[in-house]
Design a protein around this ligand. Structure first.
Ligand code: PLP
Length: 371
């Protein structure tokens, strides 16, 4: 089945007692035992499994072309479960512009437990030089946040497979509508479902999707159900509801982002636009090979520096000055401010999460704000 069909039908089932077409929300934390002590559907207690979470995990699995998925209460909880599933002393290689929340998680919560190097993973020589005997995991994030760097997933997989190193891909920016890392050789996909899956800036969630149901995956499942960072039945319901329109929303985001990138690219006040859909992007060819759309996030640098970036942001009327991405409304932020003092993000950079407003209105707003 194609993505649009999976998004609508996978996991959802018509209620047998009432005939309700939309699966009801099962709020119950606990499930009744039968006379022989067994359970009707194998459901015991909602931290272990809940019908709405199971349905959500089914649709996530099929969208990424995996064999199983685990839903979490946030993207960071999903990422943390991966790190917690590793043997202490395991060495992780991660990109130097890894999502700052996860980079800080490793640095602050896993120091002394795991080893990690943040490097330019797109540089083959640098990557090879960092592979050690205890390297167990390579973390990929593509396109990356906020520099929209594109990593060649196939190339990394080919390079590390012989070393028995697992490859995890944070696919939040691309979504399975634009990119399916498991089909490119990755072992695990991670999502912040807070972003495009939720799509309306009103719920937090995370997910992991696996290509194999092996011992490692069972460990991750244990971290999920014993650690307990699970989404509520209500959040699972809302997320499954939003996913039904994911393919159409993502196509709209990509369409608007491409046109906005084109507008900014030729604007006199703009120094550089970072968007994988532009032919000027250093890895545009890799993006074309592994993506079917280039996503809804772009960054651009202003010729007038930090001061000019902050002036532009305050002059915009339609774009909301806020962090996060993937919602129907357009958001803009001065990324270096968000990331704090140790940021490597240029101070003249603005990141836009391009929403689903009409592109003419978005361009008109930027036009009046830019000099
Ligand atoms: C937001 C985000 C995360 C973290 O997800 P939360 O839901 O905020 O915990 C991880 N990776 C990327 C690329 C993100 O954009």
């Amino acid at each position: 089945m194609k993505t649009e069909t999976i998004a609508i039908h996978a996991g959802n089932h018509t209620d047998e007692t009432t005939g309700a077409v939309v699966q009801p929300i099962t709020m119950s934390t606990t499930f009744e035992r039968m006379e022989d002590s067994s359970f009707r559907e194998g459901l015991i207690y909602s931290r272990a499994a809940n019908p709405n979470r199971t349905s959500l995990e089914k649709v996530l699995t099929q969208l990424e072309g995996g064999v199983d998925a685990a839903a979490f209460s946030s993207g960071n909880a999903a990422g943390m479960s991966v790190f917690q599933s590793l043997q202490p002393g395991t060495h992780i290689i991660a990109p130097d512009d890894m999502y700052h929340g996860l980079r800080n998680q490793l640095k602050q919560l896993f120091a002394g437990i795991l080893e990690f190097d943040f490097i330019d993973i797109d540089n083959t020589e640098v990557l090879k030089a960092h592979i050690k005997a205890n390297t167990g995991l390579i973390w990929i994030e593509t396109p990356s946040n906020p520099l929209l760097k594109v990593t060649d997933i196939r190339k990394i997989v080919a390079l590390v497979k012989q070393h028995n190193i697992k490859v995890v891909c944070d696919n939040t920016f691309a979504t399975p509508v634009c990119q399916q890392p498991l089909s490119l050789g990755a072992d695990l996909v991670m999502h912040s479902t807070t972003k495009y899956f939720g799509g309306h800036s009103d719920l937090m969630g995370g997910a992991l999707i696996t290509v194999k149901n092996d011992d490692w995956w069972q460990k991750i499942r244990n971290v999920q159900t014993m650690g307990g960072a699970i989404p509520s039945p209500m959040d699972c319901y809302y997320l499954a509801r939003s996913i039904k329109t994911l393919p159409y929303r993502v196509r709209g985001h990509c369409h608007n982002a491409q046109l906005l990138a084109g507008f900014l690219d030729i604007h006199a006040s703009v120094e550089q636009v970072l968007y994988p859909g532009l032919s000027s992007h250093p890895n545009h060819n890799v993006a074309k090979q592994q993506m079917t759309g280039f996503g809804g996030v772009l960054s651009f640098c202003l010729k007038g520096g930090e001061q000019e970036a902050k002036r532009v942001i305050n002059k915009l009327k339609l774009f909301t000055k806020a962090t996060s991405l993937g919602g129907v409304e357009s958001l803009i932020e001065h990324r270096a401010t968000v990331e704090g003092p140790d940021t490597k993000t240029p101070f003249n950079l603005l990141r836009i999460s391009v929403g689903l407003e009409h592109i003419d209105d978005l361009i008109a707003d930027l036009e009046q704000a830019l000099l």
